[in-house]
Every structure is written in structure tokens, then in C-alpha cells.
Write a protein that binds this ligand. Structure first.
Ligand SMILES: [Mn+2]
Length: 328
């Protein structure tokens, strides 16, 4: 199956004179980093491609980006073939949906639960049991990768490992299963240094980021009889610190250990009255809640964007959690 998919993909791409690679809104260390690996794999096949971003700050990935060819999306863009990774819904592509609509051929590689408004592609590989799209890319092209020079194999292994760090939160999420550790061991055989990648990916922040996170943590309240943890960062906070939280590690990771919290809601105001929301729960299906607002993700971790005042947004989301807790 897996070799079959990579062969079909190469056939599909061989007809294309231009190839776009892209991922979901608010790109992360899985989707974006998987694209760095995929772009390299395509080059090895003589296929040029361009990673299309939203123009977000990719400085977090500098240590993996020495060769990546990335362009911010522009309305006039058109490619013969488009590959979407870490996303299967038009809703999570934003305006980059045009790259899919205008392409002759579309392929999707993803590990999310199928959401509403699924992307129509010629070639789909969606397996929600997989830990990360980076890991899927490794497995799909493993035979190819094995034929590369050691430095290149090492680069792809580093990308794959970072995608796993991102989607397992450093091997602590429920998706950190035996096969993930086995894959990590294979990546070590390619010469990756886990402690270095851990430092480069996770421990790589400014003092202002710590301040921003600290002030956000100080907003923490327990809601719904102490069952749901709520916290927020408003726009004024980012402004006062002259800090751009976009594409930074979410502060949510710091509150996931609160034992009594059955759910976590984190609201981050990204422009006045526009909130990017992260939902977490070990018992509720937060993907269902996020999907009601056009968001998505995984059962235990999802996100959405919502408009309104802090009070309105908080009330709306707490009502959803109240319903979900009653039904659980
Ligand atoms: Mn992912």
C-alpha cells in the first residue's frame, strides 16, 4: 500500500510542471516540517516544488530550513499539482484553498479524523492512527530515503523526529505508542541527536515569550465547578510586550498537568475581538466542539477561531463544555 502510494504520487507529479506543497492554517512543527522533508524527496526525483505558506514567521524552524524553498501565498498563484499535508478539510486551508481548486492534480497526506468539507483529491492517504504526517512521509518513502547519501538521510530523519516531537509533545501524548518509539530508534540509526533536536525545537525562545506565557498563566481560573481550566492572552498583552505570539509554542502545554481539569480552554486574541482557541481534554471529544465552530484537530486536542469579546467567547465555549461534560 505504502509503496503503491508513493509510486502513484510520482506518476501524478511527473505530469506537472509546477508543484505546490502546503499545510493547514497556523502551520506547525508537523505539517510544515514534513514539507521540508517532502520537498527534498521530490528533488531527489528531479521534481521542483514550492512550499506555500501564509507568510507566517518560520524562524522556529531555521535549524531545518537551510534549503527549503518557501513562498508566501499570493492570490495570483497557480500550480499544476498541489500536495496538502496534515489537513484534510478545505476549512483549514483558508485562502490557500485556491491552490487546490486551480490544480489539475491534488494529493492529500494526513492523519486527522475526516472533517466536514473534505478536500477532494486524486490521491488521498489519510490514516488517523499515524502519529504525525512527518512519520507518514518517512514510511511512504522509506525505500527511496534508504538510497540517499547519509547527510540527506540524516536531514530527513531530523525532520521526521521533529514532527514526532511536535505531535506527541515530546513523547507524552497518548499517541506515543510502541511503533513511535521504534520509528524514533530507526531515526537514531540515521544519526539524529534527540537531545539536540529537543533543544532546537522546544527550548528556543525569547525572554518576552516567557513573560507572555507567564502573564497568560496568571489569568488561569477553574470554571464549571472546578472541572474546566480557562486561561487567555488578550491582544493588549502581546502589544504591551511587543511580542508576536503567532507560530510560537502554545502556552497550553504548561497547564496540561492540572490534575483536576477535565478540559482546558485557552483563548488567544490574535487581533481585536478575534480569538484563536485551543481545546484539550483527556475525556471529552474536543474535536467535535471545535468542528461546530469551523475548527478541527484531534479528539484530545483541537483548535478553532471565534469572534467576540472575551466574556462572550468564554461563555460560548463554557456552554459547549458544560454540554459535553453532561453527555460524557
Ligand atoms: Mn500533525
Amino acid at each position: 500500500m505504502e509503496n503503491n502510494f508513493s509510486n502513484l504520487l510520482f506518476v501524478l507529479l511527473s505530469k506537472a510542471e509546477s508543484i505546490a506543497l502546503t499545510t493547514h492554517l497556523n502551520s506547525d512543527g508537523d505539517g510544515m516540517v514534513a514539507l521540508f522533508a517532502l520537498q527534498e524527496i521530490l528533488w531527489q526525483k528531479g521534481l521542483d516544488s514550492t512550499i506555500i505558506s501564509d507568510g507566517e514567521d518560520l524562524a522556529r524552524y531555521d535549524f531545518l530550513m537551510h534549503k527549503a524553498e518557501v513562498l508566501p501565498f499570493e492570490e495570483s498563484m497557480q500550480y499544476d499539482a498541489t500536495i496538502v499535508v496534515d489537513c484534510n478539510s478545505y476549512d483549514r486551508l483558508g485562502e490557500r484553498r485556491a491552490l487546490v481548486d486551480r490544480a489539475d492534480n491534488v494529493a492529500v497526506i494526513d492523519h486527522h479524523i475526516l472533517e466536514h468539507n473534505p478536500i477532494e483529491g486524486d490521491l488521498l492517504h489519510i490514516d488517523y492512527r499515524q502519529v504525525s504526517v512527518g512519520a507518514m512521509v518517512w514510511q511512504l518513502f522509506e525505500d527511496e530515503i534508504k538510497s540517499y547519501e547519509p547527510d540527506l538521510r540524516n536531514f530527513i530523519a531530523r525532520c521526521t523526529y521533529v514532527s514526532i516531537l511536535n505531535d506527541t509533545n515530546n513523547f507524552v501524548n497518548a499517541n506515543s505508542k510502541k511503533d513511535v518509539f521504534e520509528l524514533a530508534a530507526k531515526l537514531c540509526d540515521e544519526g539524529i541527536e534527540p537531545h539536540v533536536l529537543n533543544r532546537e525545537f522546544f527550548h528556543n525562545y525569547s525572554a518576552n515569550e516567557i513573560l507572555y506565557n507567564g502573564r497568560t498563566l496568571s489569568t488561569l481560573t477553574m470554571e464549571l465547578d472546578g472541572r474546566v481550566l480557562f486561561l487567555y492572552s488578550d491582544y493588549a498583552l502581546a502589544q504591551s510586550l511587543n511580542y508576536d505570539p503567532e507560530n510560537k509554542m502554545s502556552v497550553v502545554r504548561h497547564v496540561q498537568g492540572v490534575a483536576e481539569a477535565e478540559g482546558v480552554i485557552y483563548c488567544q486574541e490574535i487581533s481585536p475581538d478575534v480569538w484563536k482557541v485551543s481545546l484539550r481534554s483527556l475525556i471529552l471529544n474536543v474535536q467535535e466542539i471545535a468542528a461546530r465552530f469551523g475548527g478541527g484537530g484531534h479528539r484530545r486536542a483541537s483548535g478553532l477561531t471565534i469572534e467576540g469579546s472575551l466574556a462572550e467567547v468564554k461563555e460560548t465555549l463554557l456552554r459547549e463544555f458544560e454540554k459535553a461534560l453532561e453527555e460524557a
